[in-house]
Each structure stands twice: as structure tokens, then as C-alpha cells.
Design a protein around this ligand. Sequence first.
Ligand SMILES: Nc1nc2c(ncn2[C@@H]2O[C@H](COP(=O)(O)OP(=O)(O)OP(=O)(O)O)[C@@H](O)[C@H]2O)c(=O)[nH]1
Ligand SMILES: [Mg+2]
Length: 226
Amino acid sequence: MISRRSDRPASAVPASPHDGADHFAAANALDGRRSTNPSAPAPAGITPLKVVVAGGFAAGKTTFVDSISEITPLTTEAPMTQYSVGVDNAGAVSTKTTTTVAMDFGRLTLSATTMLYLFGTPGQDRFWFMWDELTRGAVGAVVLVDTRRIADCFGAIDYFERRRTPYVIALNRFDGVLAHPVEEVREALAVAPEVPVVVLDARDRESTRSALIALTRHAIARKSGR
Ligand SMILES: Nc1nc2c(ncn2[C@@H]2O[C@H](COP(=O)(O)OP(=O)(O)OP(=O)(O)O)[C@@H](O)[C@H]2O)c(=O)[nH]1
Ligand SMILES: [Mg+2]
């Protein structure tokens, strides 16, 4: 049976109001090939765009950033130990041995003047406190969905809806198949008709690129009120 977002109480997404460092500065600091100065601005003439890659636990966020980033992504994977048993549910992803504990960071040059900075969220609920920091200033988000565990992405959708951040839904085709047809998933997620729903394989660069293009178009349309 498919889980429906409308059938459950709104998820508790705790707010964590604080004003941390600017993320593009942080991105510069992480991107050793550009600068080691955390407050260094993006190169002259380059518009930096921040995109968040979110979704439920083990939906493929780190894989997504890894497949598209033109720099070796910075990841914060930690081994899953016996302490996570009963706490984290990798569901059908029984081979999963590590999990993101802080963030993933990657970069993609979109054009001569536009650079995308990709920030992957940690997947587990106990890391919600990171989200405000990771999403500050983002032009949009990709919400990855494992269609075998649809309910895991409800919190991410709620989060971006509340903040009015443009997002696209990306159904990650694990083992080459979706557990439910696209229209059924869209209905279960109860997203607005204008929200794009794309199907991808997070390991495939062309696939992830299409999702980012869909997000960019959607964000531009939202900004121009279309
Ligand atoms: N078959 C298949 N496997 C995938 C795909 N995307 C991710 N995986 C695998 O699924 C597992 C989970 O992927 P991750 O990228 O670590 O997921 P995540 O969302 O970053 O996980 P957390 O950070 O722990 O929440 C890994 O073993 C990946 O190799 C996909 O599109 N197809
Ligand atoms: Mg991860």
C-alpha cells in the first residue's frame, strides 16, 4: 500500500533560528581548489547558485552529489554501527554501511557565468538541526524519493513547502524500477501540480543533470510568477 502525505499529521520540523556563516563562503572554504579563505567571494563574474539535495534516509543523496559534481565531493560519511539498529531504517537498502552525518558538498559549472553549489543533507531525523544552515540562501531543492519508502520524504517536502523554497521531486529508480507509477506517487505526495516530478538513477550523471535542469527551470518560473 502506498503511504499518503495527506493521511498523517504534519511532520514536526523543528526550527533552529540562528544566523550562521554565509554558505557560499563555506563552500569556498571547502573547495580547496578555489580558495582556503572561508570569506572569499565567488570569482568575479560568476553567479553562485546553491541547491540542496534532500530526501529521506538512504534515498541516494550522496550518490546524486557524487555523480554530478565536477570536483571530488566533500562527504561526511560515517559507518553505521550496531547502535543505529532500530534507529535508522535503510529499508530495502540492506547493503548500506555508511550514512551522511553532516552534509555532502559538490560543485557543477552550469555556464561561463553560473556555478551550482550542491549541498546534500544528512538523511536521519536526528540531524534536522543541520537543515536551516544547509538550506539558507538556496535557490531550490531536489527531494529524492525511494518509491519503496515514500513516507521517508514527507518531512523534506513539508520543510521546503513551509519555507516556500522551490523544489522538484526526483524518484530514484533503485534496481531500475519504481515501486509505484509516477502519477500514483505524485498523488500520494500531494504536491502542487506545477512541482516537477522526474524519474532518475542517482548514479547516472545525465539523469541527475536533468533533475537539476528541471529544478532551475522551475525556480525561474516561480521567481517570475509563472
Ligand atoms: N540501484 C541503485 N542504487 C542506488 C541508487 N542511488 C543510490 N544507490 C545506493 O543506495 C545506497 C544509499 O545511497 P546514498 O547515496 O548513501 O544515500 P543517502 O541518501 O546519501 O543516505 P544517507 O545520507 O544515509 O541518508 C548506496 O548503497 C547507493 O550505492 C540508484 O539510483 N540505484
Ligand atoms: Mg548521504
